[in-house]
Design a protein around this ligand. Structure first.
Ligand code: LLP
Length: 423
């Protein structure tokens, strides 16, 4: 039994690919395709890496629900002791339905509605990460109507370059996220004067898929100098939230280990009184999940060859949206000669590809495992082309738990109706 791809729980045995103690072909036969398949062992190990690195610090690990919001996965992290970072009332409802605790929830995002603020105050969340002056006023007003005090942190924008894909860089001055660093102090003063606001902390998140720990250390340094300046004014913060962002290996990237990523940050907090929060998403779930798909057709063209599979850009949008690379392994070993293919889905868009120019030895009816799909895979899927969303299963040793049924077409148009006939 040999581990095939780092951090994936995959191995080859009896002529096919297994995840933990289950052959992927068996999952395809039992649950159909496309299906997202997660490994409990890998998800747990990823969380443990954070726990171990933070063991001697007062720190919370608040899983960024947006990366994968399936209740099965949320319940696993809740049981391991995670808090949660949410960006909508919907995500809050999911956390609570999965057994997570409201008082361990941080609420990020630039556009919180009155309804969402009310819902979060009702539930008793730990902290709102406030992203504008207008949002501060709205939270104060809603809390006032409810006779509550709202716990807040400002998400500041430290203006550092995270050196990542422009669509997932969030801490630059030009980004819509956070409050400008120069304005933050005035906002804290204002918050301190509001009757229904309790100042708790400060937050930042500079971007995602970070492979170099230095930008986040630079951001942390800036944030800490702000904490000290505020203390001089009598505004004392209890926690510093450094967001998520640690990258994973998709192809040949070499991300720092969790402990190497956190070490320079923890060094900055040595001897300080503030506790720490982190909001990891991708590094907790990315390599713990794959998308299992079936080869429908092989199509040989003059210039390119195509593998048409039953998964598409609506199931995994990252290749189309970010030109992202996901490694692909055939599930069954084939004796046919390998050829170079683009792996494409049935959606009517030229952008509907899952991989380009890959060497694969496959035949129609085979299955492919699209790796590193646990983060921002299912969570970003859609019903484009009226395609029911995939099933999701979680493998635990030799057991397989169905954690989301495949959607039916009837599910998709529930709530729609034809126009009434003219009378
Ligand atoms: N906290 C905040 C405030 C965030 O905006 C994000 C991600 C995270 C935490 C989690 O970051 P992570 O640890 O996963 O890097 N759809 C894109 C990624 C978008 C990330 C958005 N924010 C992708 O598929 O690459």
């Amino acid at each position: 039994m040999s581990a095939l791809y780092p951090d994936s729980a995959l191995h080859q045995a009896d002529g096919q690919l297994w995840i933990e103690g289950v052959p992927l072909g068996e999952i395809a036969a039992r649950f159909g395709t496309p299906t997202y398949v997660y490994s409990r062992a890998i998800l747990t190990e990823a969380f443990r890496h954070y726990q171990q690195a933070l063991a001697s610090h007062r720190a919370s690990i608040c899983y960024a629900v947006k990366a994968n919001s399936n209740l099965g996965i949320l319940s696993l992290f809740a049981r391991l002791g995670a808090g949660f970072d949410i960006v909508s009332g919907g995500e809050l409802a999911r956390v609570l339905a999965a057994g997570g605790q409201a008082d361990q929830v941080l609420f990020s995002g630039v556009g919180k509605s009155v309804g969402e603020i009310r819902q979060a105050l009702e539930a008793g969340i730990r902290c709102f990460n406030v992203e504008s002056a207008a949002e501060l006023d709205r939270i104060d007003a809603v809390a006032g109507e409810m006779g509550r005090k709202a716990p807040i942190a400002f998400r500041v924008n430290p203006d550092v370059d995270p050196k990542t894909h422009p669509y997932i860089a969030t801490g630059l001055k030009s980004s819509k996220f956070g409050v400008a660093f120069d304005e933050a102090k005035a906002l804290y003063r204002r918050a301190a004067s509001l009757p229904n606001i309790q100042i708790r902390g400060i937050a930042c998140h500079i971007g995602s898929q970070l492979l170099d720990p230095s930008p986040i250390a630079e951001a942390a340094q800036k944030v800490l100098s702000m904490v000290d300046e505020l203390a001089v004014e009598g505004i004392h913060l209890e926690h510093v939230d450094l967001g998520g962002g640690l990258g994973i290996r998709y192809r040949d990237e070499i991300p720092p280990s969790v402990s190497a990523y956190l070490a320079p940050l923890l060094a900055l907090f040595e001897g300080r009184r503030e506790s720490l929060c982190f909001e990891p998403g991708r590094s907790l779930v990315g390599n713990g999940g794959l998308l299992l798909t079936r080869v429908e057709y092989l199509k040989h063209g003059d210039e390119r060859n195509f593998v048409v599979v039953d998964a598409a850009m609506n199931d995994l949008t990252r290749p189309a949206l970010y030109d992202a690379y996901h490694h692909i392994l055939p599930v069954q070993g084939q004796s046919v000669a390998p050829q170079r293919y683009d792996v494409v889905g049935p959606v009517c868009e030229s952008g509907d590809f899952l991989a380009q120019d890959r060497e694969l030895a496959i035949a129609p009816g085979d299955h492919l495992a699209i790796l590193s799909a646990g983060a921002y895979g299912m969570a970003m899927s859609s019903n484009y082309n009226t395609r029911p969303r995939a099933a999701e299963v979680l493998v635990d040793g030799n057991q397989v738990h169905l954690i989301r049924q495949r959607e039916t077409v009837a599910d998709l148009y529930r709530g729609e109706c034809p126009l009434p006939l003219p009378s």
